[in-house]
Design a protein around this ligand. Structure first.
Ligand code: ZN
Length: 421
């Protein structure tokens, strides 16, 4: 059962938390990290041997390792196979209410080969709910809100947000679009939360919905898509909640800038170039399944100047995509040339005004472009690609053009690499 008082307490705590400057934030983080490490070294078998060591001496963690050491790592005595069975059964029956000793078990929806499972206790769930509300509610927590939430899989994690004044309706993205729209028009949501492709779908009924806040989750929100959604819904900002099973990593401020949530996570930045980095996160609030120096495979881009909102939390230019989606081409000799998703995106942008497209690298020498554009656009695209190939010194890949299509049961990735590694 969720505890409303705990949700409210967490909400107020984070809503009112202020840091004078970056130094004050770092001091706070130091204290939280030390408390968290004390806890994990006394409760997690895996971390026992690191007692007294500073954070940077802890091993880097990723999904694969997390699953390998699942049983010793978690602090609630959950067995991996048992948890996996429960998570898969829930997904199959689409009944997400069952728990394992007050622990919610979820399956991470990643596209990688290893499926991750995550554990959240009732208490952590309340903290999560309070925290998310402190970031996304535009008024008081006691106000009335209708929230429409589009999700791939429900989890009772999200239902803990519901209360008498915050009414929360879950929409299954696998259900018929028109049915969902009908339900949505009846609900009249104040806040709509969904993946970019869902928000794009809703643009055609946006003028009948007029929500106060539109929140994009789970996928990269492309600039062009963002502008289209903004215009259709007539809002100043499309908010983003960068939330993964490993934690709630970033949210958008009132200026539309995405900031890392450095009040609950410590982020080490593994730089790829001067502004791009892979986040390595340590969460201060997760204790059932500790998240310590967990390396995500997302590429984030730091913002150049400070955000006008004045927050000392790291400001991002954008969330660029998965590290796995970097394209790799043959260069001179044995050299391989890596191209970040953003540069691939720009090929389309420079070719002209294209709304729907997907570009997939299937093999190092092959690129597939899915769109509904004419030959002139194809020529422009090829000119841009040739220019890039000569500038960056890689062999021009073979490009195959197809009609636009997208499997709705998968994530919409405009730029995707499916190369074998
Ligand atoms: Zn800001």
């Amino acid at each position: 059962m969720s505890n409303k008082i705990d949700i409210l307490r967490t909400y107020l705590k984070y809503k009112n938390m202020r840091f004078k400057d970056r130094a004050a934030l770092e001091k706070y983080q130091e204290k939280k990290i030390s408390e968290q490490l004390d806890f994990v070294t006394s409760h997690s078998k895996f971390y026992e041997k690191y007692k007294g060591k500073p954070l940077f001496e802890y091993p880097l963690m990723d999904k694969k390792q997390m699953m390998e050491h699942f049983d010793e790592l978690n602090t609630v005595g959950t067995n991996r196979d048992e948890a996996m069975k429960l998570a898969i059964d829930s997904e199959r029956s689409r009944d997400f209410s069952e728990k394992l000793n007050h622990i919610t078990v979820g399956l991470s929806s990643g596209t990688s080969d290893t499926r991750g499972i995550f554990l959240v206790s009732d208490k952590e769930k309340d903290t999560w709910a309070g925290y998310i509300l402190s970031k996304v509610l535009y008024g008081s927590i006691l106000g009335r809100y209708e929230v429409a939430f589009f999700m791939r899989a429900n989890s009772n994690l999200y239902e803990s947000v519901s209360s008498s004044n915050i009414h929360f309706v879950f929409y299954d993205i696998y259900k018929d679009v028109d049915d969902n729209i009908r339900k949505l028009l009846e609900q009249k949501p104040d806040i709509i939360v969904g993946q970019p492709f869902i928000l794009l779908d809703l643009c055609r009924v946006a003028k009948d919905l007029h929500p106060k806040k539109v929140i994009s989750i789970a996928e990269v929100l492309e600039d062009r898509d963002r502008e289209e959604i903004k215009k259709a819904f007539n809002v100043d900002v499309i908010h983003q909640v960068y939330q993964c099973t490993e934690g709630c990593l970033a949210t958008t401020c009132e200026y539309g800038t995405i900031h890392l949530n450095e009040d609950i996570v410590h982020v080490e930045k593994e730089y790829l170039d001067d502004r791009r980095f892979i986040p390595v996160i340590t969460d201060f609030t997760r204790t059932s399944q500790p998240i310590i120096r967990y390396r995500l495979n997302d590429i984030l881009v730091e913002r150049k100047g400070p955000c006008p909102c004045g927050s000392c939390f790291t400001a991002l230019e954008r969330i660029e995509g998965r590290e796995d989606d970097v394209f790799v081409f043959d260069g001179e000799g044995d050299k391989k040339v890596e191209v970040f998703p953003d540069f691939i995106r720009r090929l389309v942008l420079f070719a002209g005004d294209v709304s729907d497209y997907r570009i997939v690298q299937t093999e190092e020498g092959i690129m597939e472009v899915y769109w509904n554009e004419n030959d002139a656009m194809k020529d422009k695209f090829m000119t841009e690609l040739k220019k890039m190939a000569s500038d960056r010194g890689f062999d021009l890949p073979e490009v195959k053009f197809y009609t636009y299509s997208f499997d709705r049961s998968k994530k919409l990735k405009r730029v995707e690499s499916r190369r074998k590694r």
